[in-house]
Design a protein around this ligand. Structure first.
Ligand code: NDP
Length: 450
């Protein structure tokens, strides 16, 4: 089957799944030269197999809200590929969750996990539940009901979920409590746990820190650094907060942050005090980002989800770090970034840039880091949490951080080397796709036709 036939089959098999098709299209195009060089991979239909989840579980989640009303949500777990290790990938609680979103995330996760060098397969899950506006007790009842079903399908050697959008420390706690009670065992079945009960230091910070370590590696490759760079950041959740923290630590200036309502532009840049305010606002008070603008007297704009461009990406800057959600940088936004002098875009979110956007960035010489490489620090540190749980130990902050730094450097170097080997020097997207694909393909080849 050639490239267009594989893509046509993906489209036929997955109608109404635009996000999954988008993620598939990017990888299929990138790995064509690998298939040409290794005809046995094509014969064994390894790519076609990777495009089909090993298992997709969908289940009803019934719970009661504070007013005594019964609520019904839909939960999922996509067990995408276990060739190199147990399924690993986050849980997303957001009203936009569909099989398409979770399959794209699980598919990306296969290659991302392979790049970390830690033996983890790809998976993802979640529910169309919206934690926004829910009380802690409602979130707890939902998490307990969700785990009531998920517990049948996971364990610490088979499938180890973590957090993602809408699933942070609070939710992981409730989910873990339910799993422990149902299974009557204390194991590392989830990552992102609290530090007093099996969690790893630096896991919370890892995705945002890892993103900026990756960007620093890209800049160092060009004898440059993040010091003094003006950075646009979107989102204000887990990834955005720690990306901003690391930008500050390395001497850069982060000037924006957003939530699903709007974005702030603080020309003076974040400092540690302002960041602490944002963290308290988002993590403890669960408020809207507009409050930041009111407090620090900076600009705030509502975001119009129907608009054809996002004004956050139309600000003069050196670097851009989308850390909110998928497809938040489209072709027009990419054009605006180029026009405003942005020279590097590192994806903190998963697939935040559309294919058109990526092409515009690459055509204009922007140093572009795909999420599956640049945001892999989170899952890598989840892998380190799993290792510590298996060993029954916990490492120091310095130990975990130094492992994270070296993993991100390795992902950077491996992606760059693969891009060069396949005639696309400097193209991190193609390099990451090829390096991740090769590792999984070789494992699948060794394991036979299953
Ligand atoms: P959080 O839930 O902590 O934060 C998400 C942020 O993005 C919030 O500010 C949220 O705003 C905003 N957001 C979410 N959906 C939308 C939307 N549809 N439109 C505009 N803004 C939106 O999630 P994370 O920080 O954990 O995840 C952010 C991204 O990073 C996701 O793409 C995730 O898959 C990816 N990622 C996360 C990892 C992790 O370790 N957590 C690892 C690797 C990737 P609001 O407050 O209004 O909801």
């Amino acid at each position: 089957m050639d490239h267009s036939e594989i893509l046509a089959q993906v489209r036929r098999r997955n109608p109404n799944e635009p996000e999954f098709i988008q993620a598939a299209e990017e990888v299929i195009a990138s790995v064509l030269p690998v298939l040409a060089k290794n005809p046995e991979f094509a014969k064994l239909k390894l790519l076609e197999r990777m495009l089909e989840p090993e298992r997709l579980i969908s289940f009803r989640v019934t719970w009661m809200d504070d007013a005594g009303n019964v609520q019904v949500n839909r939960g999922y777990r996509v067990q995408m590929n276990s060739a190199i290790g147990p399924y690993k990938g986050g849980l997303r609680f957001h009203p936009s969750v569909t099989p398409s979103i979770l399959k794209f995330l699980a598919f990306e996760q296969i290659f991302k996990n392979a790049l970390t060098g830690i033996p983890m397969g790809g998976g993802k899950g979640g529910a169309d539940f919206d934690p926004k506006g829910k009380s802690d007790n409602e979130v707890m009842r939902f998490c307990h009901a969700f785990m009531g079903e998920l517990a049948r399908h996971i364990n610490h050697r088979l499938d180890v979920p973590a957090g993602d959008i809408g699933v942070g420390g609070r939710e992981i706690g409730f989910l873990f409590g339910a799993y422990k009670k149902i299974k009557n065992e204390f194991t590392g079945v989830l990552t992102g746990k609290g530090l007093g009960w099996g969690g790893s230091l630096i896991r919370t910070e890892a995705t945002g820190y890892g993103l900026i370590y990756f960007a620093e590696n890209m800049l160092q490759e060009k004898k440059d650094s993040i010091k003094g760079k003006v950075c646009l950041v979107s989102g204000s959740g887990n990834v955005a907060q720690y990306a901003i923290e690391k930008i500050i630590q390395l001497g850069g200036k982060a000037v924006t942050a957003s939530d699903s309502s709007g974005f702030i532009y603080d020309e003076a840049g974040f400092n540690t005090e302002k960041l602490a305010f944002l963290e308290d606002l988002k993590n403890n008070r669960r408020g809207r980002i507009k409050e930041y603008a009111d407090k620090y007297k900076c600009s705030y704009k509502d975001l119009d989800p129907k608009a054809d461009q996002n004004p956050l990406w139309n600000i003069k800057a050196d670097c851009a770090f989308p850390c909110a959600t998928q497809n938040e940088v489209n072709g027009k936004d990419a054009g605006n970034l180029v026009k405003n002098g942005v020279k590097l875009l590192g994806e903190g979110a998963n697939m935040p840039t559309t294919i058109e956007g990526i092409n515009i960035l690459l055509d204009n010489g922007v140093n572009y880091a795909p999420g599956k490489a640049s945001n892999a620090g989170g899952v890598a540190t989840s892998g380190l949490e799993m290792t510590q749980n298996y060993m029954g130990t916990s490492w120091t902050r310095e130990e975990v951080d130094s492992r994270l730094i070296s993993i991100m450097k390795n992902i950077h170097d491996v992606s760059l080397a693969a891009a060069k080997e396949y005639g696309k020097p400097g193209n991190y997207m193609i390099g990451a796709n090829i390096a991740g694909f090769l590792k999984v393909a070789r494992a699948m080849q060794a394991q036979g036709v299953i």
